[in-house]
Design a protein around this ligand. Structure first.
Ligand code: ZN
Length: 504
C-alpha cells in the first residue's frame, strides 16, 4: 500500500507530465492558428513537419512507461474526487494511445495527409470515383484502429468516443432518431405554410470593414474578454486557444452580413467556454473543455438561443443601423425573421438553418455508421446520400460536389464527429432551459444587452468544471435531469410555430 507521501509525489509527477503534454498540444494549436490566419502558403511543408514533430513528442510523453506506472500506483489508492477525475481522464487517453500500434498511427496520419488534396480535387471535379479508393482505405484503417482500442465493441462506438467519450452511442442514436422524426414533420409543416417571412431584409452589398466593426460590436456586447482574445479572418471560421488566450475567427461575404455575424457569435460561444475554464488548472484535465458535445452546446447556445432571438435583435438593431445606414427602415421583427428563415432547397450543411441542419447530420451519421459497420460499400455512398436527401429534406443533389463530397471530415478520417454537432444543439437547449429555470426568463435581460447573469450561470455550471465530471454527470448536475431532446424540440416547435404560423 502506498503511503500518503508517495501518493502525493506520484500525483505531482503525473500532473507535471500531463502539463508538458498539454503545452506541446497548445503550442501546436498556435501553429495551426497561424497556418489558418496569417502564414504565407509557401510555409506549408515546414509547418507540416513542425506539427508532426510536436504530435510525436506529445505521443511519446503520454505513452511513456512512466505514465503507466504512475497511473497504476494512483489507481491503487483512494484519491479525492478531483484527483480521481484527473487520473480517469489521463487513463482514458493513455489506454487509447497505447492500444494502437505505432505503425497503424503512422499509416493513418499518412493516409489522412494524402487524402486531403485527393478529396479537394475530387470535389472540384465532381468526381467521386477519384476519392472512393482513398475513402475505402480510411474506412479500413479506422476499423482496424477501433479493433485495437476495443476488439469487443461496436467499431463506430469506439470512433464516436474519440469525440464524445461519455455519452453512450445508444443515447446519441436515440436522440438523433427523435430529431429526425420530429424535424421531418416540422419542416414539412413549414414548407406548407403560407407565412411570408422578411427573407430579403438583408439584401444588398455590405462593406467587409463595416461587417468586421459590427462583429466587434457584438463581441463587446456579449462580454468577450479582449485581454485574452482577438478577432481575425480565416477561410473556415474557428476558435482555438486556452483560458489565457482564446481567439475567434470569422469570414466576410459582402452579400451576407448575417453570415459573418452569426459565425462570430458561434465562435464566441466556443471561446467563451475556453476562457471560463479555471486558470489554476491550466494544463490538466480540470482546466480543459469536457468534449465536443459540450463545446458545441456553448457555441449553439450563444448563436441560436441568444443571437437568433427576437430579444437580441431588439437590442442589437440600433448598432446594426449605425454600421449600415442603408438599413434605417429595418425592423427588429424583419431582422429576426431573416435570421431564422428555413431554406427548403438547401443542399449544403454549412449553409443550413437551425431546423434542416440536423437532417444533414442525421444523413451523415446513418451513412458513416453503416460504412464503419461494413454494411455499406463506399461505391454506394453517392446513391444512398442522394436518396436520403430526397427522403428527409425533399431535395436531391445533382452533383456529388453538392452532395457527398461537400464536407472535409471523412477525408480527415473523422468518422463519429458529425453527431456531436446536433448533440451540442440539443444540449444547448437543455442548458438554456435550465438557466431560465434558475434565473427566470432571460429575454428581458437580452433586450437590455445584459448577458452577465447567463454567462455567470454557464461559468458556474459548465465552464468551471473542466473535465471534473463525465458528460452525463455534468448535464445532470447543471440541469437536474439526464441528457434529453425534449427542451430542444419544445424550443424549435415554439419558435418556428410562431414564425410560420403553425398550429401547435
Ligand atoms: Zn462550433
Amino acid at each position: 500500500m502506498a503511503t500518503d507521501a508517495t501518493t502525493a509525489e506520484a500525483y505531482d509527477r503525473l500532473v507535471e507530465r500531463i502539463e508538458r503534454i498539454s503545452n506541446v498540444g497548445n503550442a501546436a494549436g498556435v501553429l495551426r492558428w497561424d497556418q489558418e490566419v496569417i502564414m504565407p502558403e509557401a510555409g506549408t511543408p515546414a509547418r507540416a513537419k513542425q506539427l508532426s514533430t510536436l504530435s510525436s513528442i506529445g505521443h511519446e510523453l503520454l505513452t511513456d512507461e512512466e505514465t503507466g506506472e504512475l497511473l497504476a500506483s494512483l489507481e491503487s489508492v483512494e484519491l479525492d474526487p478531483e484527483r480521481a477525475a484527473v487520473v480517469r481522464e489521463v487513463r482514458r487517453k493513455y489506454d487509447r494511445e497505447t492500444s494502437v500500434p505505432g505503425e497503424l498511427v503512422e499509416k493513418l496520419s499518412e493516409a489522412t495527409t494524402n487524402a486531403h488534396p485527393v478529396w479537394r480535387r475530387a470535389r472540384e471535379d465532381d468526381d467521386f470515383e477519384a476519392f472512393a479508393p482513398t475513402l475505402e482505405e480510411l474506412v479500413e484503417l479506422k476499423r482496424e484502429y477501433a479493433a485495437h482500442v476495443d476488439p469487443d465493441a461496436d467499431p463506430y462506438a469506439v470512433l464516436f468516443a474519440d469525440y464524445e467519450p461519455y455519452l453512450e452511442l445508444e443515447t446519441a442514436e436515440a436522440v438523433l432518431g427523435e430529431l429526425r422524426d420530429a424535424l421531418v414533420e416540422l419542416i414539412d409543416a413549414v414548407a406548407d405554410s403560407d407565412a411570408e417571412l422578411a427573407t430579403d431584409a438583408f439584401a444588398g452589398e455590405f462593406d467587409a470593414d463595416a461587417q468586421e466593426a459590427l462583429c466587434r460590436d457584438a463581441l463587446d456586447a456579449l462580454g468577450y474578454d479582449w485581454d485574452r482574445g482577438r478577432l481575425d479572418t480565416a477561410p473556415h471560421p474557428f476558435s482555438s486557444g486556452t483560458q489565457f488566450d482564446a481567439r475567434v475567427t470569422t469570414r466576410f461575404d459582402e452579400s451576407d452580413p448575417l453570415g459573418s455575424l452569426t459565425s462570430t457569435i458561434h465562435e464566441f460561444g466556443h471561446a467563451n467556454y475556453t476562457l471560463g475554464l479555471p486558470d489554476d488548472a491550466y494544463g490538466t484535465p480540470l482546466g480543459q473543455a469536457r468534449d465536443l458535445t459540450v463545446h458545441e452546446s456553448q457555441s449553439r447556445l450563444w448563436e441560436n438561443h441568444v443571437g437568433r432571438s427576437r430579444a437580441f435583435w431588439e437590442f442589437f438593431l440600433p448598432t446594426v443601423r449605425e454600421r449600415f445606414p442603408d438599413l434605417a427602415e429595418l425592423t427588429a421583427r424583419e431582422a429576426y425573421e431573416a435570421a431564422n428563415q428555413v431554406y427548403d432547397d438547401n443542399l449544403i450543411r454549412v449553409e443550413a438553418d437551425e431546423l434542416t441542419y440536423h437532417l444533414h447530420i442525421v444523413i451523415r451519421f446513418e451513412i458513416e455508421r453503416e460504412l464503419i459497420a461494413g454494411d455499406l460499400e463506399v461505391s454506394a455512398v453517392p446513391h444512398v446520400w442522394n436518396e436520403k436527401y430526397e427522403e428527409y429534406l425533399g431535395v436531391r443533389p445533382e452533383t456529388d460536389t453538392e452532395g457527398c463530397l461537400q464536407d472535409i471530415h471523412w477525408s480527415h478520417g473523422s468518422f463519429g464527429y458529425f453527431p456531436t454537432y446536433s448533440l451540442g444543439s440539443v444540449l444547448a437547449a437543455q442548458l438554456y432551459a435550465a438557466a431560465e429555470d434558475d434565473l427566470g426568463e432571460l429575454d428581458g435581460r437580452i433586450r437590455e444587452g445584459k448577458f452577465d447573469d447567463l454567462n455567470r450561470w454557464l461559468r458556474e455550471n459548465v465552464h468551471a468544471h473542466g473535465q471534473r465530471y463525465t458528460t452525463p454527470e455534468l448535464v445532470e448536475r447543471a440541469t437536474g435531469e439526464a441528457f434529453t431532446a425534449d427542451p430542444f424540440l419544445e424550443y424549435v416547435e415554439g419558435k418556428y410555430g410562431e414564425l410560420y404560423g403553425l398550429e401547435t
